[in-house]
Design a protein around this ligand. Structure first.
Ligand code: FES
Length: 190
């Protein structure tokens, strides 16, 4: 007699059901729902975190505001450059720094006001106005500039940098900027 056969010698036919039990189906549905929910919550939490992390990269380096340097009438009778100190706020990613910079108010050949950065375009030393010689003379490597900031001599490749100005209600405002050193053409870097 064959194994598994009945008394009559017939081999039984086994039937397998492909349908899952109801409990098992419900568990997989809840599992999928939970995974989807976790994914949504994770995504929602990740957005502000990613924005927080990328903020310094996406933000423009250095927000510049114009700083007042005095009234226009004050500079109308200038006969040599005068120095003013302005406060500038530099925002660089998460770092915010307030510093003071010296600028010179002077006149160009046509008698128009112009404001010069005191930073030497050679290697960045502060250039003082030497009244006795009527020249700007850099103490670091001896660059010499005329009262209007144009280059006279020395290792620098261009004259002193002019800054953007705005006239507002009789006041002169200046927007401080940094420029690339050691190059012949003025190039803003911040
Ligand atoms: S930094 Fe001014 S001449 Fe070199």
């Amino acid at each position: 007699m064959k194994i598994g056969a009945d008394d009559a010698g017939n081999t039984p036919r086994w039937k397998f059901s492909t349908a899952q039990p109801f409990d098992e189906q419900r568990r997989s549905f809840l599992g999928a729902l939970l995974a989807l929910g976790s994914l949504c919550v994770g995504a929602l939490l990740a957005v502000p975190l990613i924005r927080f992390a990328l903020f310094p990269l996406l933000r423009l380096t250095t927000e510049l505001k114009a700083s007042p340097i005095g009234s226009l009438s004050e500079f109308s009778s200038l006969n040599e450059p005068v120095e003013r100190t302005i406060q500038i706020e530099q925002v660089d990613g998460w770092r915010k720094a307030v510093s003071e910079k010296a600028v010179y108010i002077t006149k160009n050949g046509q008698g128009q006001l112009r404001v010069l950065s005191s930073i030497c375009p050679h290697l960045g030393c502060t250039v003082p106005w030497v009244s006795a010689k009527q020249e700007f003379i850099c103490p670091c490597h001896g660059a010499v500039y005329a009262p209007d900031g144009s280059r006279i001599s020395g290792p620098c490749l261009r004259g002193m940098d002019t800054l953007e100005t705005v006239e507002q209600n009789g006041q002169l405002l200046v927007r401080f900027q940094y420029f690339r050193q050691l190059v012949a053409d003025k190039e803003v870097i911040g």
